[in-house]
Design a protein around this ligand. Structure first.
Ligand code: HEC
Length: 169
């Protein structure tokens, strides 16, 4: 009986530790404690954008909650639990088709997590960004989110979100 209990314990412990490692959490959290969302590279697309002032492509992805909301047109406000990711890539020219702009250098991945209670001070969104291939957390201290929040206020009436979901047929 004792052996069975011990085995069960080590199995549970093994799963817990394994789960942490496979969640990719070797990347340090942002200074406000937000962790890099596990599996974000497999999220689905909400929208895209291209900035001509700094020559970069952006892909906006969402977790399942965000995708459901985007497809249903329920994005003002976005529901609690929705996470939006923005992947920023430098413009690059396709070597076989000069007028095609394709992903170049990976600039950063950044996130907005909706929790209207926890993040009430920043419009209901928790902000976080990780820089470059090294995925270095952005920001000196937790106050970095004020910069994000401040620049997102022009779209306050759209729940602080700029992205227009793709108008799928
Ligand atoms: C100088 C202004 C500015 C700052 C500062 C800023 N953003 Fe944004 N953000 C934008 C604009 C403009 C867009 C929409 C255009 C685009 O896709 O780049 C955007 C889009 C986003 C999106 C996609 C969802 C949406 O609102 O469209 C996320 C996620 C995001 N920003 C996170 C952050 C985080 C995290 C920070 C702080 C670390 C931050 N932003 C700081 C201007 C800003």
């Amino acid at each position: 009986m004792k052996t069975i209990t011990l085995n069960t314990c080590s199995l549970v412990l093994g799963l817990a530790l394994g789960g942490g490692a496979s969640a990719g959490n070797t990347v340090p959290p942002a200074p406000n404690g937000i962790e890099l969302p596990a599996g974000y590279k497999d999220w689905r697309v909400i929208g895209v954008s291209h900035r001509t002032d700094n020559n970069s492509l952006r892909v906006i992805l969402g977790n399942d909650r965000a995708i459901e909301a985007a497809r249903a047109g329920e994005t003002n406000p976005w529901p609690d639990g929705a996470i939006l990711a923005k992947i920023v890539l430098k413009d690059s020219i396709h070597e076989h088709w000069k007028t095609a702009t394709v992903p170049g250098k990976f600039v950063h991945a950044e996130f907005m997590r909706k929790d209207s209670t926890k993040y009430a001070a920043t419009g209901g969104w928790g902000y976080a960004r990780w820089l470059g291939q090294a995925q270095t957390p952005y920001g000196k201290d937790a106050d970095f989110a004020q910069e994000c929040y401040g620049c997102h206020t022009p779209v306050k009436d759209n729940d602080y979100v700029f992205t227009r979901p793709i108008p799928f047929p």
